[in-house]
Design a protein around this ligand. Sequence first.
Ligand SMILES: [Fe+2]
Length: 213
Amino acid sequence: MKLPMPALPYEYDALEPVISERALELHYTGHLKGYVDKLNRLPAVVSSDKKKLEELIIEGKKEKAKNLLGVLPPGEHTSTLYNLSAQVYNHMFFFRSLIPNGGGDPTGEFKEVVEGQYESWEAFKKRIIAKGKALFGSGWVWVCLDDEGQLIILKGLDAETPLVYRGISPLFCIDVWEHAYYLDYNLDRGRYLKLVIDKLLNWEFINKNMVNA
Ligand SMILES: [Fe+2]
């Protein structure tokens, strides 16, 4: 089987000026396509018959856990299958978390949950930005809902995805790998996070994820 290249839900210039056309095009045709192409060359993918991306992530996670138990020598405690399949899933979740002319104040059920748990959206937003800035290295900031209806902010290192954890459902995520912001923001990860949240978040997508959580 071959996983198709997932479609970007908007044009390359649609997120300007927050994310430049050049940055988004490189992100999609360079980084995401690279993950999809490498994934499609893995034996686990070539030999499988129409597995869903989510199934490949779970399979990769099991492989990673097995490696951690010492089946492989130190330094090889990882799983290429997990890293690549999770990166494809994470990127598509990120791109769907954004929409041209999005952002502003939250709406719907998400707004209610934020206001029930935090002093204000501004206060919660500051926490998301702080977590994203504090992530050491490359990764993701995930805002999730746990099975008690509480919002949690997850710092995901490298390809980490909440899909493999029980009891939490992702609502939206922001890519904080350097390739996501360096071209437009250089070292200023905090400014990138603030503008993405303020100008691009897709409340319809986020509220749909609240319903499905
Ligand atoms: Fe990325």
